[in-house]
Design a protein around this ligand. Sequence first.
Ligand code: MEV
Length: 446
Amino acid sequence: MGEKRISGQIKGFSKLSRDQKLQWLSDSFFENGKEAIEDFNRFRLSDPKTQKVLDGFSENTLSNYFLPFGIAPNFLINDKVYAVPMVIEESSVVAAASSAAKFWLTRGGFRFEIEDVEKLGQVHFFWSGNPLQLKELFDRELCEILKEHIAPFISNMEKRGGGVRNIDLLDKTHELDNYYQLWLSFDTCDSMGANFINTVLEECLKKMKIHFAETDYLRNGPQPEFLMAILSNYTPDCLVRASVDCPVSELQDASLTLEASEFADRFYKAVRIAGFDKFRAVTHNKGIFNGVDAVVIASGNDFRAVEACGHAYASRTGTYRSLTFCEIVDDHFTFRLDIPLALGTVGGLTCLHPLAKRALELLGNPTAKELMGIAACTGLAQNFAAIRSLITTGIQYGHMKMHLDNILNHLNASDDEVGKVVTFFEGKTISFNSVRNYLEELRCRP
Ligand code: MEV
């Protein structure tokens, strides 16, 4: 059958050299291909060794996509002060985290607790025999056989104090005909452990297949159909509880335009609304993830896994709710975040990405639990700062002030122009158009 070529389609793209890839893209997609190639080249590192490391993280890499690496200093967390590294592209986030950190620095700081770091994985399979027989087989020999088989794969992790905690068989035939799960729980110590978990799960799948095919009395019965083996990114047992608290009167601050008690009351109401209204809860939690993700990315962890898990946890009751809670009891204000975070500080990108390594060094090379706590406290700080702005000045006040820099950069404002624009907009509403118009007017002045 003749192959129909659609414009923009290519065969063997991955086999092309980087230059060939760029040339093809420039010919096919860009109006000014020469300039596009220059941009891609401009963002490559001049140090070939480090560039090779970055290229190695992904496939078909052409260049680097830089994000700002910022610092939120003065984070007092469990009695230790951290300068928290944050990688994020949104203006105001690092400033907000820093201001919340400074606020709580003199009010006892942030605290966190972690009960457990259990991670989970599943082997999904189908079997058409009697469920009771499968359960009996599992209890009698299969579980032990699997444990023996995976022993060499987990011995290193066991030496570090972790390993496989439990192997279970779950009958899911009420959900889907003949469907079962092998359910494994893990302790992966300071590593996120995705590769370790997936290796162990795949070994379990392989061994079960072999056992059914090679054991005389099982060979002639129904054979399992194995579908897949993969970790679960839902890790509710990696729960971090982060909190701040102080007497309501201590919420008073020079920059606060309200009485402390009114502030506490409005703050409480804002958090309550996010506790039942999902339209507000999603935005509220998004603000929490502004802080959490920035630390997760800076430390070379997987922010997609963290987000997916966090949002599933936020909807565990059947309704999507706020991840933070506020309580005012006997004039004492408490603000808390409960968030599952499966993070690692060894292995993977954490030790490959040069800046992830520096981020961890900045934090004193923390354990996984410590990093989980720091990320959660940064999320709580972010939520505190966002709500404080929302219920007082409104979010645009701080946002647009920070955004002014981006607008001025975009409009190629000179240092002199920046000074004049900043002075002019002091206390005024900032928008892209208003800044552009004022700048145009400035530029027309003789
Ligand atoms: C913006 O990135 C985050 C906020 O919308 C969060 C919130 O509304 O709570 C300010």
